[in-house]
Design a protein around this ligand. Structure first.
Ligand code: ASP
Length: 292
């Protein structure tokens, strides 16, 4: 049995046309289904999906990143392998095409979990990861916000993916440019294991929304711990989003358990997401109730 869910951010707003994102998310899930059918690991699949999302320029991550208030592109990403509990993360990384690959390299090539700022960039360079030259010209949302997030709003639009592979392993990966209008040096939930990304032997989860709130409830780890305590993954993820809402925050979570149950609650207007059920069905949704 395999299953997967990905998101393209919980900043979706009614009235905006998401046809390109919907088509793209479906393509990514189709490609990852082929990979899983061929025996790819949950970790490889989650990373490959996030690379495709980063590269598309359609979401506020990777090529679609938006700048901070100083005009710099500081990107965050993390991943976690549920079967080993290994994790990797980069924060405020500048100058590289795929932050999720830098996060993976931190996990696999260093004794650390997280590298930030200049140290993260030096490491990514040493690892031979693909750099981007003239930053502002390379990004698709260069300084303008996008339809979804006009300049001056604190919108958001992270990407993430949770995967269950045929061997029963779970993994999650998440990547973002953070919230629009962020201060230089601001780091949100996305690179923080337990807040923006989590995977263990029961649950994989990835968050999207106003990261300050996700940090304060340890959103993705809390989801997993609720499942460990007996809640369904849908009940657990919903309870976490409700807590965030009660605190005044908004966003959404995608989560997947080891039986292939999928959860995708959000309290924002919409959350771009697509998923593969254990039956092999592929679904895409932005504003509807979704998988659970
Ligand atoms: N959670 C991300 C952050 O706060 C933003 C997002 O999900 O779009 O950096």
């Amino acid at each position: 049995m395999t299953a997967l869910i990905l998101h393209g951010g919980a900043g979706a707003r009614r009235g905006v046309d998401y046809d390109a994102e919907i088509a793209h998310m479906r393509q990514v899930v189709e490609a990852m289904k082929t990979r899983l059918d061929a025996g790819a690991s949950a970790l490889d699949t989650a990373v490959e999906a996030v690379v495709l999302l980063e590269d598309s320029g359609l979401y506020v991550a990777g090529r679609g990143a938006s700048p901070n208030l100083a005009g710099a592109y500081e990107l965050d990403a993390s991943l976690m392998d549920g079967s080993t509990r290994k994790a990797g993360s980069v924060a405020a990384l500048q100058g590289f095409r795929n932050p999720v690959l830098a996060a993976r390299a931190v996990m696999e090539k260093t004794p650390h979990v997280m590298l930030a700022g200049e140290g993260a960039a030096l490491f990514a360079h040493d690892q031979g990861l693909e750099a981007i030259g003239d930053e502002a010209a390379w990004f698709t949302h260069a300084g303008q916000g996008d339809d979804n997030h006009p300049p001056g709003t604190l919108g958001h639009g992270t990407v993430g993916c949770c995967v269950l592979d045929a061997a029963g392993r779970l993994a999650a990966a998440t990547s973002t440019a953070g919230v629009f209008g962020k201060m230089p040096g601001r780091v949100g939930d996305t690179p923080l294991i337990a807040s923006g990304t989590w995977a263990d032997d029961r649950v994989a989860a990835s968050g999207t929304g106003q990261g300050e709130y996700f940090i304060r409830v340890a959103a993705t780890a809390q989801t997993a711990w609720r499942v460990a305590a007996g809640q369904s993954v849908a009940e657990a993820a919903r309870a976490v989003i409700d807590q965030i809402g009660q605190m005044g925050g908004d966003g959404g979570l995608i989560a997947l358990d080891r039986d292939g149950n999928i959860a995708d609650p959000f309290n924002s207007q919409g959350m771009k997401r697509a998923w593969l059920t254990p039956d092999g069905e592929i679904m895409v949704d932005v504003f509807g109730p979704g998988a659970a």
